[in-house]
Design a protein around this ligand. Structure first.
Ligand SMILES: NC(=O)c1ccc[n+]([C@@H]2O[C@H](COP(=O)([O-])OP(=O)(O)OC[C@H]3O[C@@H](n4cnc5c(N)ncnc54)[C@H](OP(=O)(O)O)[C@@H]3O)[C@@H](O)[C@H]2O)c1
Length: 242
């Protein structure tokens, strides 16, 4: 298996939360730094796509709607659906069961325009794959009953020529990749705010069936500040590339 270099780039509260009322409490600076580092032309990271978990996509782009599926759609050809794109970036959506109600095959995130690419498993229905084909949304199938993340990354490298990919949350997706040795670097934008909520997700979340709570250590690679915001970089010590 061959895979792209993976860096996990996230903004957190001071206590490691990735969503919640703390958002915005420290002004625009942390969000601007976060976007600059990984999405602007002169940013630190240059990548060909960013990975997001299904909940993150529903929260930000598809809003928990149900896709309009044709249960009588003719059988689609087996295997992956790879088509050309005009974009230089992919939004790589981890959607094992095929749940997300995409309205378009393009996604706009601030000034970034990206091609939507779905990562499915054998659990996704024929009707959902037909829906994606109808919308010109490419997909890859990685795993039969559950996600084979290594195979997905191999396909991103070999079918879509991705050399560097951002792991972009949420916490469940991040930790499942780290536990499998599939993350090389952590890039953390530490927002100088907190809200103390115990109900919001954190940077890394173990979930039964997807990951374990096995400890992982990190090696500090860099610390920089911008105003009150801190940017931390760590190498992940359990990566399968070492
Ligand atoms: N601060 C930041 O920088 C930042 C960045 C991104 C997201 N967020 C926030 O994070 C929150 C969501 O995080 P979250 O941890 O709850 O969810 P998440 O990681 O976005 O999504 C979890 C879902 O993704 C799928 N999934 C993830 N890893 C998988 C694996 N290894 N194998 C199979 N399926 C996998 C599953 O989908 P199914 O349930 O369909 O099986 C799982 O339930 C949102 O509030 C979002 O706004 C913050």
């Amino acid at each position: 298996m061959d895979r792209p270099y993976i860096f996990c780039h996230m903004a957190t509260s001071l206590n490691g939360k990735i969503s919640g009322p703390y958002h915005g409490a420290a002004g625009p600076e942390p969000g601007q730094l976060f976007y600059h580092l990984a999405f602007e032309k002169n940013g630190y990271y240059q990548h060909q796509g960013w990975l997001s978990g299904r909940t993150t996509t529903d929260d930000n782009f598809t809003f928990y709607k149900k896709p309009d599926l044709d249960q009588n759609a003719p059988q689609v050809p087996a295997g992956d659906f790879v088509i050309p794109t005009k974009f230089d970036k992919y939004y790589i959506s981890i959607d094992p069961h095929g749940r997300l109600a995409w309205q378009s095959n393009e996604l706009v995130y601030q000034t970034t325009h990206a091609q939507v690419l779905e990562v499915l498993t054998g659990q996704a229905s024929n009707a959902y794959k037909a829906f994606l084909r109808h919308k010109n949304i490419p997909y890859i199938i990685s795993g039969k009953d559950k996600l084979d993340a290594k195979l997905a990354l191999d396909k991103l490298k070999n079918l879509f020529h991705m050399e560097t990919v951002m792991l972009g949350g949420g916490g469940v997706l991040n930790w499942s990749f780290i536990q499998q040795g599939l993350c090389d670097e952590i890039s953390l934008v530490l927002t100088p705010a907190a809200d103390g909520s115990s109900k919001t997700p954190s940077l890394f979340e173990a979930r039964e069936g997807l990951s374990k709570a096995t400890p992982v250590s990190f090696t500090l690679k860099g610390v920089e500040t911008k105003g009150n915001t801190v940017w931390l970089r760590y190498l992940v010590n359990n990566t399968d590339k070492q």
